[in-house]
Design a binder for this molecule. Structure first.
Ligand code: SAH
Ligand code: SF4
Ligand code: F3S
Length: 429
């Protein structure tokens, strides 16, 4: 079958990678990707439901796509949002122009669903409660430049009280070590310079007795490449992992360790299973072993029952750690989660808190960027535009520099010469 597909992705890296798998299914069937939804024969919205804003976006886009899509185009909604049966049902009712609605567990059968729809012309709404064909090899149409994503596990067992992910992605499943290693080898052979291992909680990886640190050791391959991973849950982050980062010749010196909040009562209500002191101890340990480590985190404000003092604890923690990069969210109610049943804060309070947090972090990012001036880093170039190279340091800071000699995929020694807010500029050493 010949035609074009258009995929819109919402949500996390996990979903971005899922979209690469959906694209792989379509390209193996002869479809090519296109950038304009009005050219597409197959339109896919791969959705997220981690916050209400993600869902609102999907409904907004659906309205626009309805008027832009060409006659006969097949419109598919899949992913985390439609994995929720109630959402799939209400979407089916509200948006009669959507042809196929499937969830996360059955989206690997995308090709079969499209065939069935083409054959019968009858719309399909099908959601499964669990995966029936875990780890099945699928073609992947990668879109991420020098970086390639590799799942090491799926799902999550943690049930943080605010979070919908375990309900839409199922329980934790780890991929076999050999599959992961052979994926990474193949990717390096085909020219990728960076691999990012994906899992909701990579620190609890375990397959046939090989734990996450063991897996990382096995990925110390001879080739020159950069290895990253996300996400680490602080409760499972070990000293052994910090040592691995310090000793490794391939691991980036960066760590995403989402803290969520700085107050111990709130952390307990969130079911995070660590205290702020335990968290800070781990941060100090990794900083001691890897002094140049680039640290990032997720923080939420306005969790149910969060007081002004509780929020002050979050600000204090953020100022104490000095994150290079911080992802800040307003708590969003998710039905079916325990936090949805707790007393909620008003919108204004949440908005004021996020504004204050954003301001505090802006100053931190600015001062950390200024500290980089005069220092040298190894930059992996991921983009080149009009003679200017853009890339990331081993500590995960974004740097740009002008060069005739280097191009996408090169590792370049760069000296940072200026910082403009959080943006670094440099020159080749
Ligand atoms: N598994 C990862 C991240 C999953 S979701 C982890 O545990 O860190 C990414 C981020 O979205 C979370 O870290 C959290 O900060 C945020 N998030 C999750 N549920 C949310 C909710 N209901 N409202 C607002 N932010 C939420
Ligand atoms: Fe959600 Fe917590 Fe699992 Fe992360 S660890 S996906 S925040 S339940
Ligand atoms: Fe990711 Fe959103 Fe699903 S954050 S796992 S796409 S709910």
């Amino acid at each position: 079958m010949i035609g074009n597909y258009y995929i819109q992705t919402y949500g996390c890296q996990m979903n971005v990678h899922e979209s690469e798998k959906l694209a792989g299914i379509l390209s193996s069937r002869g479809f090519s990707s296109c950038d304009d939804v009005s050219d597409a024969d197959i339109i896919i919205l791969n959705t997220c439901c981690v916050r209400e804003t993600a869902e609102t976006k999907v409904y907004g886009h659906l309205g626009r796509i309805k008027s832009k899509k060409k006659k006969g185009a097949v419109l598919i909604v899949c992913g985390c949002m439609t994995q929720r049966r109630d959402v799939a049902a209400s979407l089916a009712k509200r948006c009669k122009f959507v042809d196929i609605i499937i969830g996360t567990f059955n989206q690997y059968l995308l090709g079969e669903y499209i065939d069935a729809f083409m054959h019968t012309g009858e719309r399909i709404v099908e959601v499964w409660d669990s995966e029936r064909d875990d780890g099945k090899a699928r073609p992947i149409a990668r879109t991420s430049g020098v970086n390639a994503w590799v799942n090491i596990m799926y799902g999550c067992n943690n049930f943080c009280s605010y979070c919908i992910v375990p309900y839409v992605r199922g329980r934790e499943r780890c991929r076999p070590v050999d599959d992961i290693i052979s994926d990474v080898r193949d990717l390096l052979e085909s020219g990728y310079k960076q691999v990012t291992l994906l899992g909701q909680n990579v620190n609890s990886y375990n397959h046939d007795g090989v734990d996450f640190v063991g897996l990382l050791k096995l990925l110390e391959l001879d080739e020159k490449y950069r290895l990253k991973f996300m996400t680490s849950h602080p409760k499972d982050f070990s000293l052994a992992l910090a040592e691995r980062i310090a000793d490794s010749s391939v691991l980036a010196h960066s760590l995403h360790l989402p803290v969520q909040a700085g107050n111990d009562r709130v952390l307990a209500e969130m079911n995070r299973r660590y205290t702020s002191a335990e968290y800070l101890k781990k941060i100090d340990a990794v900083r001691e072993l890897v002094p140049d480590i680039g640290l990032s985190s997720d923080v939420m404000v306005g969790f149910p029952t969060e007081t002004e003092d509780d929020f002050e604890d979050t600000i204090r923690l953020v100022e104490r750690v000095h994150y290079n990069n911080l992802f800040m969210f307003i708590y969003s109610r998710r039905s079916g989660t325990p936090a949805d049943l707790m007393p909620q804060l008003d919108y204004r309070t949440k908005q004021q808190r996020i504004d204050r947090l954003i301001k505090a972090q802006f100053e931190i990012s600015k001062s950390l960027a200024a500290d980089c001036v005069g220092k040298s880093y190894e930059v992996l170039v991921s983009e080149k535009k009009n003679g200017r190279c853009f890339g990331k340091t081993e500590t995960d800071a974004a740097v740009s520099f002008v060069s005739e000699d280097f191009d996408v995929g090169d590792f370049v020694k760069v000296k940072v010469t200026a910082a403009k807010n959080a943006n670094l500029m440099g020159e080749v050493e």
